[in-house]
Design a protein around this ligand. Structure first.
Ligand SMILES: C[S@@+](CC[C@H](N)C(=O)[O-])C[C@H]1O[C@@H](n2cnc3c(N)ncnc32)[C@H](O)[C@@H]1O
Length: 454
């Protein structure tokens, strides 16, 4: 489902909105039961998939447009459509192979597999044709371990080639193909986690089993996805949606009240908000981004959070004169770089189909340029944090190693030591922070902490 987080890994490219001029049939309207609620649901899923699989727009943007065009649909309708579409995107390569073995339109078979995984095959069987039912039951008997690994994990060949080189690739790939929980972050400028947890446990949200996240001191994990945008705690800026891994990045930056800090790729402000709160709304925090539209989305969030120390600035590119004016002045700089986002496949499964070797190349070049420019802003003795939500070494370690080779004035700090006070249980085997869904329960994240010599 849509979350504020879902725009995070966007690479900066934008396209016009998808357009649904024809409204889809409603499953909740009277008479739907007789016509078969899942027959109608399959039509809705096909409608959305038909648009998503053109790969012109991110899946969450297509779903949002479809929801707008079908405003009268209830929560259950929306949830089943969205979950089914995301399930198909997660398992697309495997499902396409299954679809080949049936007759009729492949899109119909993809929709059947997606809906069956969300509501159960037995629930929809009665509303399928005999041929479809037999096919679905046959597909259900296939042992996924009998499939080639790239089909089983539903990865495009180029991405499989990268991923299979990573440690414990199988468990990583399996975790990336599951649904992510909903992580919330308490705003430490307004409240604290225990207070919010007590409030949540005494409310209807208790049904979603709110629990403290294991590593971040501000994280709360929900089992399920309630619509939180109308909650008082969200409206008054006490809570935000943010993956636990993202929360830890602010700890690596470690801003102080008196610091001048730059969030170089601030986007819609996810990390800016926590940095500003850790500075107790004091000091100066510049939020740069090349996308004015994304920075505009940060503004109401900054207002809700009660921060008055943030200055959003839309820059034309990483070498903008406003960047150059800050040369050598910042105590802390965060580069949350545009990346492939393959660490966030649990939330954005379409990314694996929308990225390509060419986009990896384009992004790594952009990351290197941004890192070089952002580094110029760091004051002697200051800190530079480079992060991505990617798992690919080209965007991560290799990027940092190339930077360090060209910038001997920076040294690499040990991320685990930087986090030791707040996250004593987080063990890393390298100087980097590397988070994975199968090991840490977070999205895939990478971060390096660099310090400029005095
Ligand atoms: C991973 S997202 C940042 C997400 C954000 N930090 C958050 O926590 O919500 C990367 C951002 O980099 C921005 N970007 C792309 N090229 C850039 C550049 N040359 N200079 C600065 N920002 C850039 C994109 O517009 C995008 O918002």
């Amino acid at each position: 489902m849509m979350t504020i987080e879902s725009a995070r890994k966007d690479t900066g490219r934008r396209s016009v909105r998808p357009d649904f001029t024809r409204r889809s049939p409603r499953a909740s309207q009277s008479g739907a039961r007789e016509r078969g609620i899942y027959t109608i649901r399959l039509g809705q899923i096909r409608d959305v998939l038909n648009e998503v699989l053109k790969w012109k727009h991110p899946a969450d943007a297509v779903l949002s447009a479809w929801f707008r065009a079908n405003k009268s649909l209830g929560g259950r309708d929306r949830n089943e459509v969205a979950e089914s579409v995301f399930d198909v995107l997660r398992h697309l390569r495997r499902y396409r192979q299954y679809a080949e073995s049936g007759t009729g339109p492949a899109l119909e078979r993809l929709a059947i597999l997606g809906l069956a995984s969300v509501v159960g095959k037995d629930a929809i069987a009665g509303q399928l044709s005999e041929e479809e039912k037999t096919w679905l039951m046959r597909m259900d008997t296939i042992d996924p371990t009998s499939l080639a690994p790239e089909i089983r994990s539903s990865l495009p060949d180029w991405l499989y080639e990268h991923m299979r080189q990573l440690d414990q690739y199988e468990s990583l790939a399996a975790a990336l193909n599951t649904k992510a929980p909903l992580d919330l972050r308490v705003n430490p400028f307004k409240t604290d986690r225990d207070t919010v947890l007590t409030q949540l446990q005494d409310s209807p949200v208790a049904g979603f089993d709110p629990q403290p996240t294991p590593y971040s001191p501000w994280g709360i994990r929900l089992n399920g996805k309630p619509a939180i945008s109308r909650w008082a705690l969200f409206e008054n800026g006490s809570l935000e949606v943010q993956d636990e891994g993202s929360q830890l990045l602010a700890l690596l930056v470690g801003p102080k009240r008196t610091d001048m800090v730059i969030d170089f790729c601030a986007g819609a402000g996810g990390k800016t908000l926590l940095l500003g709160a850790l500075m107790r709304s004091a000091g100066r925090l510049y939020a740069f981004d090349v996308s004015a539209a994304r920075l505009a989305k940060a503004k109401p969030r900054i207002a809700r959070s009660g921060l008055s120390n943030v200055t959003p600035i839309a820059i034309s590119n990483e070498n903008d004169t406003r960047v150059k004016r800050l040369a050598g002045k910042a105590d802390k700089v965060l580069v949350d770089a545009p990346c492939t986002g393959v660490g966030t496949l649990r939330r954005n499964p379409d990314l694996k189909w929308r990225q390509s070797p060419a986009s990896v190349q384009e992004l790594t070049e952009l990351q290197a340029r941004i890192l070089k420019s952002a580094a110029r802003c760091v004051a002697p003795g200051g800190r530079l944090v480079y992060s991505t939500c990617s798992l690919l070494p080209q965007e991560n370690e290799q990027q940092v190693e190339a930077f360090l080779a060209a910038h001997p004035e920076f040294t690499l700090l040990n991320a685990q030591e930087v986090l030791a006070d707040k996250c004593p249980d987080l063990a890393m085997t390298t100087p980097y922070l590397k988070l994975r869904p199968d090991v840490h329960g977070t999205d895939g994240f990478f971060a390096a902490v660099l310090e400029r010599s005095k």
